[in-house]
Design a protein around this ligand. Sequence first.
Ligand SMILES: NC(=O)c1ccc[n+]([C@@H]2O[C@H](COP(=O)([O-])OP(=O)(O)OC[C@H]3O[C@@H](n4cnc5c(N)ncnc54)[C@H](OP(=O)(O)O)[C@@H]3O)[C@@H](O)[C@H]2O)c1
Length: 226
Amino acid sequence: MEKCAIVTGSSSGLGLEITRSLLEAGYVVFGGSRSGTEVEHENFYDVELDVTSEESVEEFYETIREFTEKVHLVVNNAGICEMSPLSETSSEAFEQHLATNTLGPFLLFRGLEPFLVKDETHVISVLSTAARFGYPNVSAYTASKFGQLGIIESLKKEWKDHRLKFTNLYPGAIDTPLWDKLGTQFSRKKMLKTSDFMAVFDFVVAAPANIQFPEITFLHRDGYLE
Ligand SMILES: NC(=O)c1ccc[n+]([C@@H]2O[C@H](COP(=O)([O-])OP(=O)(O)OC[C@H]3O[C@@H](n4cnc5c(N)ncnc54)[C@H](OP(=O)(O)O)[C@@H]3O)[C@@H](O)[C@H]2O)c1
């Protein structure tokens, strides 16, 4: 039987590599993003998605429903990050982080319930070490990831009877296009490569059905970015 996966934020960085890897592993993949995903594959569906919009998330699921009623793997990955001292962070920037990184997963999970497969669906969330502790100059990002974690932890209990697998990934810095937009002086050499992230991701996805990894924190061997 075909296994279906959803990947949010499939157009860039980790989401793009996750999409390619899942297609390679034989999944039918529904990738969601605002700008579209440059992947050509017979099992790939490029679906427009703005996770901050209730209407867009509903349309995303309506499109998926035309193909399947079962989702076996959900990769909750879409996210934004900006850096600025709290005193220079606008309310709009703060709200945009909450809309994308907190409300987004909330809407994604709310629409997902009819597609869950008991004893099977695996929900993988790409959180961040910033969902566990604070870094300077990312108060909005940190708040939004802590909030996302709260939703997931609540949902694990709420959906207990579905007997799903949940994996929360807490990576440190990874050299993706996200850092191009930030324009910081941090050395890319002290960041994980996307391929490092994928080694962990692929391991989690390929693990036998009876194994669950609730939480994985991983970072560059040189430690946290300072
Ligand atoms: N890179 C790191 O150092 C790092 C470390 C820890 C955790 N993470 C997390 O990893 C995830 C992926 O980040 P990345 O590094 O791959 O960044 P990226 O290259 O900037 O990709 C971000 C993805 O999120 C999507 N996205 C953003 N806003 C969206 C919206 N409103 N609706 C739908 N999709 C949206 C983007 O697609 P569109 O713009 O096309 O919509 C894009 O595909 C994020 O959750 C991030 O917090 C990253």
